[in-house]
Every structure is written in structure tokens, then in C-alpha cells.
Design a protein around this ligand. Structure first.
Ligand code: KIV
Length: 295
């Protein structure tokens, strides 16, 4: 199945599509890398219009879009639908598909098969998987060897948050921080083109950054990373509650959506909608003939 049939033109026609060499160059030059999640056509169009570098179809879709209370229930099939929609809205950012829980842990073969589906069926240019333990490193190496770029993800890894002791910052002891460092280096050695650092103390990130050669994108990991990622629904306030400490909110769209739908509801109930400007006309003679036929 071709997934590229509805790729849009970039908002800025002069902007080059993001590639792995360009990303590495951004790190070398110290230019901040911008990544955001997207899960459908309109969110992808916003990312394209803003000129972000990387778009992640995150498994955070489980909570932001599908209404689950954690990321573990989302299926590969769900992710493929969402990634295809995002693909249709993008031209220049590099599109990364998140491998959902259960789609890569069983074996290297399972991981390659499902990563290929992300590429072939949804048009993703890379995949992301969580964790830096032996299993994740082996999966990353296998997917890279199959020709698919892999982004690693260490620190707070939401798919295994229960095993990590809950949704909380990681690497807050020397031993735990050294473990994150070892995982990051193992993923880099396995061939990952970039890493996500999630919910790690800023001072730990600062210690780790000089040891890592590939771009590091932070979320709750402080300002020392090569770039930042936020979840679309968090940064735009399409959610109840404030979310994690690291979220900066740039809009309150949930409130605006609620107000809009409430105003429409009120208009229908009070017959203010539809007004004459929302209706279609018919030639009076045609109407008279219809009336005669019906009566
Ligand atoms: O699923 C997701 O949105 C993520 C980002 C927070 C990095 O993994």
C-alpha cells in the first residue's frame, strides 16, 4: 500500500526535508532541534506550518487521542492508522513512528516485522522504541541492520512506568543516573540515530551530554539536550489538568473547544442556528410547482 499519495507541499517551499545527516549537522552546529508529537492530519499540518524538525506519532496517542489511562493498550494497528493520517499532513519534518508496547519485545524478528509495517504501511521514515536494557538494545540493533533508522528512549519510559515505580523522574541517584548513561551509550552503539531523554534531572543530563555523539531530544530533561519534544495535546492544552511539571502550555484549546461546542448547542436549542446565511435557496417558481405537486 502506498502511503505517500497525499503528502502535502511544505508551508515554506524553500525548506528542505529533514534527513539524518541534516539532523546530525544541527547537533554539530548547536542549533536546537524541535520535535513534537502528531496523531492526525490537522496536528501534522500544524507541525508542518511551524517548521518543526521531527514529528513523532507517539504512543502517547493512547491517552491523548484514544482515552486510555496509560500507553500500554494501544495496538500497532491503531498506530498505523494515526501515522498514515499524520503522513498525509507532512512534507518536511522527519516522521518517526513509535513502536507500541507488545510490538517489539518478543524477538528481534517481531521488532523488524512491525517496524517495517510502520515504514511500508504508514510512510514513517524512522521508528522509536523505549528502554535501554539488553532486549531494547538488541531490537534497536536488529531494526537498524534491517535498514530502518531507530530513535532510542531512556529515563522515564511510560510503557514500563509500573516497573519503574510509577510516573516519576528517573536517574535521581548516582547509580540510577549511571544506569541511564550506560543505556544511552548502548543504544548509540547499537546504531540509533538519536535518543529521547525523558524526566531526568537537568544536572544529570548535563553530565551525560558530553559523552553522547548522537542528537538527544529532551522532555523533562532540562535545557542541555540538543532539542526538545512536547506532546501536542499538552502544549496546546487539549486535555483536562495541567500534566507533568515539564509541560509548558502555549494555548488552552480544550477550553476553547468546550466553549465552541457549548455555544453551538445553545444556538440549536434556541433556534439561533441555522440562520438565513447558512441555508440554500430555490427558484420561487420551482418551489411553487413543488408545492402544487405535494398538495
Ligand atoms: O509517546 C510519546 O509521545 C513519546 C514522547 C513523549 C517522546 O514517547
Amino acid at each position: 500500500m502506498s502511503s505517500h499519495t497525499h503528502v502535502q507541499a511544505p508551508s515554506d517551499p524553500g525548506r528542505l526535508p529533514m534527513t539524518l545527516p541534516l539532523l546530525a549537522e544541527k547537533k554539530r552546529l548547536g542549533e536546537p532541534i524541535v520535535m513534537v508529537t502528531a496523531y492526525d492530519y490537522p496536528s501534522a499540518r500544524s507541525a508542518e506550518a511551524a517548521g518543526v524538525d521531527l514529528v513523532l506519532v507517539g504512543d502517547s496517542a493512547a491517552t491523548t487521542v484514544l482515552g486510555y489511562s496509560s500507553t500500554t493498550p494501544v495496538e500497532l494497528g491503531d498506530m498505523l492508522v494515526l501515522a498514515r493520517a499524520a503522513r498525509r499532513g507532512l512534507q518536511t519534518p522527519l516522521l518517526i513512528g513509535d513502536m507500541p508496547f507488545g510490538s517489539y519485545e518478543v524477538s528481534d524478528e517481531q521488532a523488524i516485522t512491525n517496524a517495517m509495517r510502520m515504514v511500508k504501511e504508514a510512510g514513517c521514515e524512522a521508528v522509536k522504541l523505549e528502554g535501554g536494557g539488553v532486549g531494547s538494545v538488541s531490537r534497536a540493533r536488529a531494526i537498524v541492520a534491517a535498514g530502518i533508522p531507530v530513535m532510542g528512549h531512556v529515563g522515564l519510559t511510560p510503557q514500563t512506568a509500573t516497573a519503574l515505580g510509577g510516573w516519576k523522574a528517573q536517574g535521581r541517584t548516582a547509580t540510577a543516573a549511571a544506569q541511564i548513561a550506560a543505556e544511552a551509550l548502548a543504544l548509540q552503539e547499537a546504531g540509533c540515530f538519536a535518543l529521547v531523554f525523558e524526566a531526568i534531572p537537568s544536572a544529570v543530563t548535563e553530565e551525560l551530554m558530553p559523552t553522547i555523539e548522537i542528537p538527544v531530544i529532551g522532555i523533562g530533561a532540562g535545557p542541555a539536550t540538543d532539542g526538545q519534544v512536547l506532546v501536542f495535546h499538552d502544549l496546546l492544552g487539549i486535555r483536562d489538568g495541567l500534566g507533568a511539571r515539564f509541560v509548558k502550555r502555549y494555548a488552552n484549546l480544550q477550553e476553547e473547544m468546550n466553549a465552541g461546542v457549548a455555544a453551538y448547542t445553545e444556538d440549536v436549542r434556541t433556534r439561533r442556528y441555522p440562520g438565513p446565511e447558512h441555508t440554500y435557496s430555490i427558484d420561487p417558481s420551482e418551489l411553487a410547482e413543488l408545492h402544487a405537486r405535494l398538495n
